[in-house]
Write a protein that binds this ligand. Structure first.
Ligand code: GN1
Ligand code: MG
Length: 367
């Protein structure tokens, strides 16, 4: 592996000597490595090398074009902010695409990341970072951004795929997951309400991040200020409620998204308030009334959508999400279903907090 990674790194314009690598096991889809170099001046420097999963991402070149477009757009507005810099190959590309896969190399940013949401300052700052991201991109012509993974948050499409695979049942796993399927099928219309509103023309298409887990924000050590939003592969035309909802789905669950003990699943409303406050401090002025109406239910919608994705992956033999053990995707499904039920109970409370925050922040953000 060392030799293979060294060979890949050699394709990018990095000076110095390759020393070592370490895998960073944070994502469920790509493979990420921190690689160490010794510069000609004798200083050790880290980079991030990533192998993009081309089973999940069918158009990696367009993904890189999207990333270039939006990172330049943000850099033009905030030249002093921390940013991701992709190194080039001799052909002037920000990626290497050969028989070994699709690779890219970018700067390592000294920072902290958080998988849990115990610190409410961190949560609020993450909300602010994702909200600011939306705000900064709100003036990009959405037509200029490739739809690299069509239907990524099209909940109806996710359901349709799960139902088709359920009928095919290639591994005979459907009998085992009947209860989960029955729940998700019974909830289908409620889970698809944001998709249906969009299809009816009620919600604007924006440039969205689409994968707003809190560990996709890098924080400055000590101050815990947000430095930069990362994991930009799913930047695509999308809906603001998907960015809000996916963050809520991940952050407000008091247990990890793959907790095997569903009785422990619960919604932390302090985390909800902190994230909503940060997010809406940046977005209150750009949101339409119809978008505001969708925010309280968005966490539930995203939990159901992800449950269909995990369950579908389980039914067809786990080709998409990395699994740590054979029933991992089923355990994830059960956890998301348990959490969706809890989120539903909190919908009115969430809606009240959202409206309070919108009122607090309307008219306060000026560039
Ligand atoms: C995947 O790889 P990661 O952890 O950034 C997935 C998200 C899911 C998430 C669930 C491209 O994200 O949509 O919400 O797992 N990303 C992709 O943990 O499918
Ligand atoms: Mg991701």
């Amino acid at each position: 592996m060392n030799e293979e990674l060294k060979r890949i790194c050699d394709h990018f314009d990095v000076v110095g000597e390759f020393l070592s690598y370490e895998e960073i096991k944070n994502g469920n889809v790509n493979h990420t490595y921190r690689v160490e170099y010794l510069s000609p001046k004798g200083k050790q420097k880290s980079y991030i090398l990533q192998k993009v999963n081309t089973y999940a991402f069918h158009h990696p070149v367009e993904i890189m074009e999207n990333i270039d477009l939006i990172t330049e757009h943000i850099h033009a507005k905030q030249p002093k902010r921390t940013a991701l810099h992709f190194h080039h190959t001799p052909e002037g590309k920000t990626y290497l695409f050969d028989e070994s896969g699709f690779w890219r190399l970018f700067n390592y940013i000294e920072s902290d990341t958080f998988n849990d949401c115990e610190n409410l300052t961190v949560v609020r700052n993450a909300g602010e970072a994702f909200g600011e991201f939306q705000h900064l991109l709100s003036d990009i012509d959405v037509q200029k951004v490739y739809d690299t993974t069509p239907g990524f948050h099209d909940t109806r499409m996710r359901y349709a795929k799960m139902i088709a695979d359920m009928k095919e049942d290639p591994l005979g796993r459907v009998a085992e997951v009947r209860e989960e399927l029955d729940f998700l099928l019974a909830e289908q219309d409620r889970a698809c309400q944001i998709t249906d509103l969009y299809n009816a023309g009620a919600l604007p298409l924006r440039v969205a991040h689409n994968d707003t887990k809190i560990n996709n924000v890098l924080f400055e050590k000590d101050t815990h200020k947000a430095l930069v939003v990362i994991d930009l592969d799913t930047i695509m035309p999308g809906l603001i409620s998907h960015d809000f909802g996916d963050a809520i789905r991940y952050a407000t669950n008091v247990v990890a998204e793959d907790c095997p003990d569903c009785d422990k699943v619960a919604v932390n409303m302090d985390v909800f308030r902190a994230f909503a406050d940060g997010f809406l401090s940046q977005t209150a002025d750009i949101l339409t009334e119809r978008e505001i109406d969708t925010l309280a239910v968005s966490g539930y919608v995203l939990a159901c959508e992800l449950a269909t994705r995990f369950l579908d992956d389980y039914i067809i033999g786990d080709p998409y999400f990395h699994i740590g053990y054979p029933t991992h995707n089923l355990v994830r499904t059960r956890c998301q279903i348990a959490f969706a039920k809890k989120l539903l109970e909190k919908q009115n409370e969430m809606d009240a907090i959202i409206r309070e925050c919108v009122q607090k922040y309307r008219g306060t953000k000026h560039e």
